[in-house]
Design a protein around this ligand. Structure first.
Ligand code: SAM
Ligand code: SF4
Length: 328
């Protein structure tokens, strides 16, 4: 069983958002004042599990739980256990801001989460607070260390690079990843949602980040692929750490896109950079015991998966949906 879109791309990866809420308000992801979804508009844990099972039944092999901050959703560990047990799923992975990992890293490993991506944009307490608006750096670093020790198959850091905010910290962040023996990816900021500032002023292309790292380290190009859009390099003197570049603006990766997203409202997003969506919450609630209409809707939706996104990197809002609503 496999899912194929209208231009022949095989879709085996679902990013499933379990909440739009978050304990942080990162400047690239949210506006300062956000309104979150009322409870009845959010998929229940049972509905999330049902949709995960449906997608795995249709050929999805990898599910990433995301949000918002997935670890503030009550019942998340149980949900992970239930999804990880789905026959046919190869791996359940997660993206988190790390704030709750001090207490949850081990239960998540035990529940079957294989890999953990953790966002880290600064190693300076004040800057970290300024970027996340609410975040406590110490708590996140403790979370990263707990994740490193908990037994995940891989822990990776994610950093959104912004000129004038954290570009100068790229070498320190690389050194931190080396010291922890983990990978790190640097991400170009995408124009999702009106966050109340022009993104063009801080936009930083991956090539500049790479050039800065190359002033300190010998970089070896790598063809490795972790099933996502990152392009990797290895450090000649630190083989245990890979550096990834996720460049939605400067290096379009749509030709190899293998994923779709489900928002916590049950909207199936066929492309992060386009507005097409299909309302699965309505289907889930209209057909509580019959999956056939949902399978049909999924097959039909995939035929309309857009060919590519078209971010310009110039800073205007191109998609009105915020990243926390898109299931980053
Ligand atoms: N709260 C979790 C976290 O921060 O890792 C998971 C959800 S967050 C939306 C997922 C990823 O999207 C994070 O790595 C975050 O840095 C990234 N992100 C959020 N807004 C972005 C934007 N406008 N452009 C690029 N990456 C963004
Ligand atoms: Fe929250 Fe993650 Fe968005 Fe930051 S990037 S506000 S941690 S959802």
């Amino acid at each position: 069983m496999s899912l194929v879109d209208g231009v022949g791309r095989s879709i085996d990866y679902l990013r499933l958002s379990v909440t739009d809420r978050c304990d942080f308000r990162c400047v690239y992801c949210m506006a300062k004042n956000m309104t979150f979804l009322p409870r009845q508009q959010v998929l229940t844990l049972e509905e999330l599990h049902r949709l995960a099972a449906l997608f795995v039944g249709q050929g999805v092999r990898k599910i990433r739980l995301t949000g918002g901050e997935p670890l503030i959703r009550p019942g998340i560990v149980e949900l992970c256990r239930n999804i990880a047990a789905l026959p046919g799923l190869r791996e359940l992975v997660m993206t988190s801001n790390g704030s709750q990992l001090g207490r949850l890293a081990r239960p998540l490993v035990e529940a079957g989460v294989k890999r953990m991506n953790i966002s880290l944009d600064s190693l300076d307490e004040e800057r970290f607070r300024a970027i996340t608006r609410n975040g406590n750096l110490r708590q996140v670093l403790d979370g990263i260390e707990a994740a490193r020790d908990a037994g995940f198959e891989r822990v990776k850091l994610n950093c959104v690079v912004m000129k004038g905010r954290n570009f100068d910290e790229v070498p320190a962040l690389v050194q931190y990843a080396i010291d922890q023996g983990i990978d790190i990816s640097f991400i170009e900021e995408m124009p999702l949602g009106d966050v109340g500032r022009s993104r063009g002023e801080t936009f930083c292309a991956s090539d500049e980040v790479r050039a800065l790292i190359a002033t300190r380290h010998e970089l070896l190009d790598s063809t490795e692929n972790s099933g996502g859009p990152a392009r990797y390099v290895r450090l000649a003197r630190h083989p245990q750490t890979r550096i990834g570049f996720i460049s939605p603006n400067s290096h379009n990766f749509c030709a190899s896109c293998n994923r779709v997203r489900m928002t916590v409202e049950g909207q199936l997003l066929l492309c992060l950079g386009q507005d097409n969506a299909v309302d699965f919450r309505a289907l889930v609630r209209r057909y509580p015991l019959d999956d056939r209409p949902l399978v049909e809707a999924l097959q039909k939706a995939l035929k309309g998966k857009p060919l590519r996104h078209d971010f310009t990197g110039e800073g205007e809002v191109q998609i009105l949906r915020f990243m926390n609503m898109s299931g980053g």
